[in-house]
Structures are given as C-alpha cells and as structure tokens.
Ligand binder design. Structure first.
Ligand code: 1YM
Length: 637
C-alpha cells in the first residue's frame, strides 16, 4: 500500500478497491461458493478480534431474507473520529482503504484471521452494497457504500442510544457480478464454522440466524476446545474419563491444547493458528507433538512402566487413538506450505513445546490413574507396531505369513553377543529336554521342533512358515526374511540343526534347509547354518570313551589301537535317549562336537528334495530322503 500522506478522494480509494475487484482470488481465494462465504468470515473476524481484545461477548450472524448477511457485535464500535491520514472517518477508512494489517488502531491487540480489519475493505469491494452502523458515545452512526465501495453516505449520526450500548453492525450484499457461480449463503457451512469459532473462543456467544427459513443456533462453550473434544468423541469410546486441557502464555504466543484418548487406533489432530485451521500443521503442532512423546516417555521411565532396556515409545505409539485440538494465537503468523496453512514461525515450536510440557507433566502427576491409562495405551501401540512390522516383513514375501512377537518354546541363551551365541534347533521334546540341561546356558539357545512339522510335507512353504515353531525360529534368528533380511540383526552366528540320523530327522533337516535356502540364503552363504552330528558308536576302553560317527570312522580308530587292546563297542541311541552329559560330550560341547557346515550346494539338494517331497508318489519320496541324509564331514573349531 501507499505510504505517507494521501487524501481519501473517492478516485484514489476506488483505485485500491478496483484492484480487489480485478483479482478477487488474490484476496479471498476464489469467487466460488467457498470464496463467497469468506466474505462473512472477514467481517466476523473483526468482531472476534474485538472479543479477543476483551470488549465483546456476543456476535450475531444473520442471513437476511434478501440474501444479504448482517454481522453484529457488542464491542467498542469501530472508531468514528476523523482519521489523521485519510481525512475521513475511521469507519469509512477501514471500509474503503485497502490497507495492510497494523496500520490502523493502536496495535497490541490480538489478531484473528483477518488482520486488523483488513478484510472489511475487501468485502466492500466485492459487494453490491454495504451498510455499517456503529453504536458509540450514546450515538448511532451510519455509513453506506455501493457497487464495490463507492461511498453512498458518509458516516452520519442517525440517532441516539443509551450510554452502555456499544457495538458494530455490518450488513453486506455480495455482488453477483463477482460471484457468478452463486450468491446464496449456505446455512450448514455457516453453522460448522460458527460453531468451530465458538469452540475456539471459549465464553464467546455466537448466534446464527437464518431469516430465509426461520433457523437459529446459539453456540456458547465455556469449556472451549475441551468441549470440542467431547463433541468429537460423542460417537467414539474414550478410554479416559477426563479430558486433558493445557493452556499458557509465553512471549506473545498463547497456546491451548485439549486431548483425550479413545479405544481406536487413529489419531485425529486438529490445529489452529489465530482461529485459522492449519491442516498442514507447522511449528505449533510440531512443538506439542514432540513434547507429548517426550513427556510420556519420561513419565513411563520414571515410573518404571518402561524399563531402561526397552525401546522408547515413538510419536506414532503415543498418538494412537488420540483426539487432540491445538489452538495457538500468534502475533505475526507466517503461513507456509502448499495451501499456506502451515505455521512457519520457528520460535513457536519451542514455546509450544514448553507450555504443553509443563501442563501435561502436571496433569500426569496429578492424575496417576489417567497417566497409567495413557502409558498402557501407548505401550500396547508399541507392541502392536513391533508385531505389525514383523508381520509386514514376513508377508512381503510371497505367501501370507503372519507373525507376532512370538518367542514360543525358545530357551534363549543369556549372552547378547551374537558372535558367540548359538541356537540349536532340536527334534523332539525329550532330546530338547536333555539339550537344555546339557547346554552352556550363556551361549547356547535351544528351540524344540516337534515331528508334527512332518505332517506339512504336502503343504506349501507359506503354510510351513505359519507353523508355531518355525515362527519362533524366525523371530529368534532376528534377521527378518526376504527383502527385509538384514544380516546385522542376526542373533546367533551358529544355527545348528540337531536331528536324529533317521528318516524323520532327515525330513526335518530337508525342510529347514529348504526354508533357509529360500528365505535366509545369506545365512547359508555366510556359513551360519550347521548340522549337528551325533555319533553312531561309542568305543569304551576302561574309563575312556571314544565316540565315532560311523562305521568307517570306527574302523579307522580301531586300527590305531594296539593288538591286545580291550574295548567295548556300543551303538548310540537316538538323541532323545541320550542323557544331558552324553549330549554335551558328543554333540553340543564346543570342544568335542562335530558340526557340519551347510553349504549352498547342500541346500540346493535339500530344496530339490523338498520339491520331491511335495510330489504325490510315496516311494521315491522315501528313498530320496534316506539317500540324501547328510553325513558327517567337517570338524567344528
Ligand atoms: C461486525 C464487525 O468490525 N467490530 C470492531 C472493529 C474494530 C473495533 C471494534 C475497534 C478496534 C480498535 C479500537 C483498535 C476495528 N477497528 C479498526 C480500526 N465488527 C467489527 N469493533 N476500537 C474499536 O483496534 O484499537 C479496525 S476494525 F482500525 F479502526 F481501529
């Protein structure tokens, strides 16, 4: 706008307003139905500013029979004296000079959507006619404008009123030359925004009247946004019996937050700056969200609800099921983003976080039961998140594998050092029992696998993946599978398949190798998969026992003995019949055991075998299994 002195000649004034008529979209967004309704809010904004300044309690919005709209307030009334710069009354100046915010009045009062009456001249520019009436100084003042802001009647005293009667009444008729689509106001649209404004400005009464068909609504919320939450939760199931309400003031920023959790999983956050919706969020919203996460985490830790070794709750965790309204009042808001509905003022982030933290911390301390409900909700969300992630990791592979955080029958080792940790996948409960007792509990984990898996021989791999023990195994390995595979998350550098050297044993081994080959191939490629080799024979000489894997090894060993040596040959029982000592001595103890490291070639053979296993013919299947049973070769070091 022009600086310095200028007189308010009609010509000059109209130059400004003509600009608005030429490009209405620049001032009210569009000339559609949405733009039309902006006219109402521009005028209402001035009344709301007056209420924020503390001078107005009632605002009335009336849609008149002729289609015009009247907005009334009981504030101080727009100043009527001659304006120093324009030489005409302030009322006429406000309505005819296209001015920037803060140029009029004393400043220092809160601004709502429209900046300091800025919108009034825009409304005038886009109206067929406007009439402004001011009640002030026991007088009634009136000014009239026509066809985009031409002064029809300068501000004139048209009557008297009682001393305590003050306020401003504005009536305008939208210009059909501008609003070509429609000039008809929609009651529903007015209703929704009027109610929202009443929620956002507690204690302010907004009356909405439609003279076209006798409708009237009165909005007055002493609880403000707290009552808004109640409304939003009307058809939901809140899990708290109170609504969290925080408000405060810091360095020209005023913040109000109300929130409540429901039993759902979505989060509904509505944020506002100076009564304007900020669907793109911004610094006020960021500050509150960050502080919500931080305060909940520190409360959960301080109260031992969250252990030190547990992962902190994420923002999504603490926002699950939340309904929250954030309303900030900022002196000079900077709007950014695609639709200019994102608050950019960086200082607001810290201030919002600080105000909200203080109030919310206090709420949690004063309401431990509510705090517990909130923390539990967040922790459940965290658990669900972890489970969902695993499920996602699994299901991303073909075949719908579902997995929850499933540790099943795993007896884990106590070491968290993967490089020294081993997991034994053991066939049969009794063998697993011995293995548990014979193991080194620090480095060796035991996962029992029942023969029941055998029944899935005709099942597709994805069915096998749904098997409880397999699920546990996948969880225990920790890497995820398929695309999600991450070797860094491997929990055991040795995964040992420990099965009997019989048909069932080789069947299980085949199945597991196929699984590793298809879904965990890097584990094989990096040498993490082993087969345990329980010995077939024992050679006893007095107290000394030598275990050998097969006949050939036995023959080799016996050849080393003197001719007159006395010994006793025993045939080893199945894994399930060994006692813990035997198992440790022969198969598990790292000093004596023999492990066969599985190669990719082994796995390919197993995979082919698996294909065959899925075939219909029984005999070749059985033969194949027996022929492909894995034999002892490599000595583990
Ligand atoms: C129905 C619309 O415009 N009310 C209204 C507007 C103003 C004031 C009071 C007001 C403001 C100030 C001092 C001030 C406006 N004044 C101006 C300006 N209702 C409606 N009610 N006294 C009264 O800001 O200091 C612009 S709007 F600029 F003239 F002060």
């Amino acid at each position: 706008m022009m600086e310095g002195h200028y007189d308010a000649s009609d010509i000059q004034v109209l130059e400004g307003l003509e600009a608005v008529r030429k490009r209405p979209g620049m001032y009210i967004g569009s000339t559609s139905e949405v733009g039309l309704h902006h006219l109402v809010w521009e005028i209402v904004d001035n009344a709301i500013d007056e209420s924020l300044a503390g001078y107005c309690d009632d605002i009335e919005i009336i849609v008149n029979k002729d289609g015009s709209v009247t907005v009334k307030d009981d504030g101080r009334g727009i100043p009527v004296e001659k304006h120093a710069k324009t030489g005409i009354s302030t009322v006429e100046t406000v309505y005819t000079v296209l001015h920037a915010g803060g140029k009029f009045g004393g400043g220092g009062y809160k601004v709502s959507g429209g900046l300091h009456g800025v919108g009034a001249s825009v409304v005038n520019a886009l109206s067929k006619w406007v009439e402004v009436t001011v009640y002030k100084n026991s007088k009634i003042y009136n000014a009239k404008f026509r066809d985009g802001g031409h002064i029809e009647q300068s501000l004139t005293v048209i009557g008297e009123c009682s001393e305590d009667r003050t306020g401003t009444t504005v009536t305008f008729m939208p210009d059909p030359l501008i609003f070509k689509e429609t000039t008809k106001f929609n009651y529903e649209t007015l209703f929704t925004r009027a109610r929202e404004l009443a929620f956002l400005n507690k204690g302010l009464r907004i009356i909405l009247v439609d003279e076209r068909d006798d409708k009237k609504d009165i909005f007055l919320y002493e609880g403000g946004i707290k009552e808004y939450i109640e409304l939003l939760h009307k058809n939901k199931t809140p899990i708290q019996d109170t609504i969290v309400y925080v408000n405060g003031n810091e360095k020209d920023v005023e913040l109000e937050v109300a929130l409540q959790y429901n039993d759902g999983y979505n989060s509904a956050i509505y944020s506002f700056v100076n009564n304007i919706k900020t669907p793109e969020g911004g610094t006020h919203e960021d500050g509150v969200k960050t502080s919500l996460t931080r305060v909940i985490n520190s409360y959960a830790k301080a109260n031992k609800l969250l252990k030190d070794n547990e992962e902190p709750l994420t923002g999504d965790d603490v926002r699950e099921g939340i309904t929250m309204i954030i309303s900030a009042k900022v002196e000079e808001p900077q709007f950014e983003g695609q639709t200019k509905t994102k608050l950019g003022n960086s200082e607001v982030r810290k201030i919002s976080a600080s105000i909200f933290s203080q109030g919310f911390e206090r709420f949690l301390l004063e309401n431990p039961n509510q705090a517990k409900i909130i923390i539990e909700k967040s922790m459940t969300a965290a658990r669900a998140r972890v489970a969902a992630k695993r499920a996602r990791e699994m299901t991303r592979r073909k075949g719908g594998l579902e997995i929850t955080n499933y540790w099943g029958k795993l007896t884990d080792c106590s070491s968290k050092d993967a490089t020294i940790s081993e997991m034994f996948i053991v066939e049969g409960d009794s063998a697993a029992g011995s293995a548990k007792m014979g193991r080194d509990p620090i480095t060796q984990a035991i996962l029992p696998i029942r023969g029941k898996i055998l029944n899935v021989e005709k099942a597709r791999l994805d069915k096998i993946l749904a098997n409880e023990e397999i699920k546990t195994m996948i969880t225990a390995i920790g890497t995820g599978i398929g695309e999600e595979f991450n070797l860094n998350n491997l929990r055991y550098h040795k995964i040992v398949i420990m099965t009997d050297a019989d048909v069932d044993g080789s069947h299980i081994r085949t199945l597991l190798l196929t699984l590793f080959y298809r879904y965990f191939r890097p584990l094989i490629e990096n040498g993490h998969i082993y087969a345990a080799q329980p010995p077939l024979f024992s050679i006893k000489q007095g107290k000394k026992i030598k275990y050998v894997l097969d006949e050939k090894e036995m023959a080799d060993y016996l050849a080393t003995l003197p001719e007159n040596a006395k010994y006793e040959i025993g045939r080893m029982k199945g894994l399930g019949e060994m006692d813990p000592e035997e198992l440790r001595e022969t198969t598990m103890g790292i000093d004596k055991r023999i492990l066969r490291q599985i190669t990719v070639d082994d796995a390919i053979v197993a995979d082919e075998t698996f294909q065959l296993l899925m075939g219909e013919e029984v005999e070749p299947r059985r033969r194949f299994i027996e022929e492909n049973a894995l034999y002892v070769e490599n000595l583990d070091v």
